[in-house]
Ligand binder design. Structure first.
Ligand SMILES: C[S@@+](CC[C@H](N)C(=O)[O-])C[C@H]1O[C@@H](n2cnc3c(N)ncnc32)[C@H](O)[C@@H]1O
Length: 391
């Protein structure tokens, strides 16, 4: 740590904060650095920050935690108006680690089943890459890490050029640290345009979709058959053969398209369309889409066999406090059509995250007891009906 501090002396003190935070990988230090940035009127320019961090990062590479989201903190402190227009709320590292561990064990199971098969991982709204970095950190902890990492094809999309720049800096540092290049394709653009060619191929989709609304037209123009784009999604899904069982006798002659769609709903359905039959989705979504009456048709489509619902893990209200939002979110888990229809769903509540709503550190971290239950649950037979709560 001392070595980093000496080498970066003379750099903007906020860069030092950033490195200190990424070095310690402590959520609290990261949040503290962000809070101090947010109080400063002028933030360092993204490009300048990136090059300083790259330079400092190269020197300190072996001392830094693997796959630290160095630019996530900067992003959280940047222009709030832009972030809210673009629905940018970056996922804290401890949540990324939990999703990473569950996802790594899913990928390992597929890899052991077919060691020569390529495994496509898609992050449709990658931001600075926090969730992908969490996944790679988790894979690095496995004995099979080398062969598993080499089997991956990773596709990361984001509509923001700035985020793409943050993502490449983070990925460059990670690859230098790993000592080999991962097969990563980065796509700057609307996920609904650029991910269209990957339909039906993903072994894993992870993400935290933007908290905004999107026009339905663009998605239709890009040829996505997503039920959520229609006023009667269940009927549309059935007419397209997307459901496992008949949902009645609906009139499907003139499906009526909606004007706009909640991005989280559209991204979840896009993720289902991207999945191969043995694929898995773990996405952070706002609880509104899981509970509001308006989104009921969306939930009906999911529950009627479009895919298998596996888990809903509620996160505490202060999870995204550093991004300035108190929106309640959960980790939604779904699996592809090769898995039996959900006879049961893991419902869990995490009640601590590591900080309070005013970003003060708390003694308790993200509930770790949820993780083993979650992993056992996904690994085990989901045929029996049970609803659990791990508080
Ligand atoms: C809630 S943030 C999540 C970022 C990152 N996945 C994470 O977990 O930290 C949502 C991201 O979606 C991106 N975004 C917004 N609209 C998009 C679109 N139509 N296609 C792709 N990315 C989009 C934003 O730029 C932002 O980076």
């Amino acid at each position: 740590m001392g070595q980093i501090m000496e080498r970066v002396e003379g750099f903007d003190s906020r860069v030092v904060d950033c490195l200190a935070a990424s070095y310690s990988h402590s959520e609290w230090e990261l949040l503290d650095a962000m809070a101090r940035w947010a109080e400063t009127a002028e933030l360092p320019d993204d490009e300048a920050l990136a090059s300083l961090i790259e330079e400092a990062g190269t020197m300190a590479l072996n001392e830094m935690p693997l796959g630290a989201d160095i630019l996530g903190a900067h992003s959280n402190a940047s222009n709030k108006r832009w972030r809210s227009m673009n629905g940018e709320f970056f996922t804290p590292g401890n949540v990324c680690d939990a999703i990473g561990e569950v996802s790594a064990s899913h990928l390992l199971a597929l890899h052991q089943e077919s060691p020569d098969a390529r495994l496509l991982v898609v992050e449709p709204a990658a931001g600075s890459g926090a969730l992908l970095l969490g996944l790679i950190r988790a894979i690095m902890a496995l004995p099979e890490r080398d062969s598993l990492l080499r089997a991956l094809d990773i596709v990361a999309a984001d509509i923001s050029q700035t985020n793409m720049m943050r993502l490449s800096v983070n990925l460059n540092l990670l690859q230098r640290r790993l000592g080999f290049e991962l097969a990563i394709t980065t796509l700057c653009g609307d996920a609904f345009e650029v991910l269209q060619p990957y339909q039906g191929q993903a072994a894993l989709v992870i993400g935290n979709p933007p908290f905004i609304k999107l026009p339905a037209e663009g998605m239709l123009a890009a040829n996505w058959s997503l039920p959520c784009l229609y006023r009667r999604p269940l009927e549309f899904a059935q007419s397209q053969g997307l459901l496992r069982e008949s949902a009645g006798n609906p009139d499907t002659t003139h499906p009526v398209v909606k004007g706009s769609v909640k991005a989280a709903v559209a991204f979840v359905e896009m993720a289902v369309a991207l999945l191969k039959p043995k694929g898995m989705i773990q996405m952070v979504v706002d609880d509104g889409i899981l509970a509001n009456a308006k989104e009921r048709p969306f939930r009906e489509v999911l529950l009627n066999g479009y895919c298998s619902l596996t888990n809903v893990i509620a996160l505490p209200g202060e999870t995204f406090a550093h991004s300035g939002t108190k929106v309640l979110c959960s980790i939604l888990g779904l699996r592809g059509r090769a898995y039996p229809p959900s006879g049961s769903v893991l419902m869990a509540v995490t009640d601590t995250i590591g900080w309070d709503s005013r970003l003060r550190p708390t003694r308790d971290q993200l509930n770790q007891d949820v993780l083993p239950e979650w992993m056992d649950y996904l690994a085990g037979d989901v045929g029996s009906c049970s609803v659990k709560s791990a508080a």
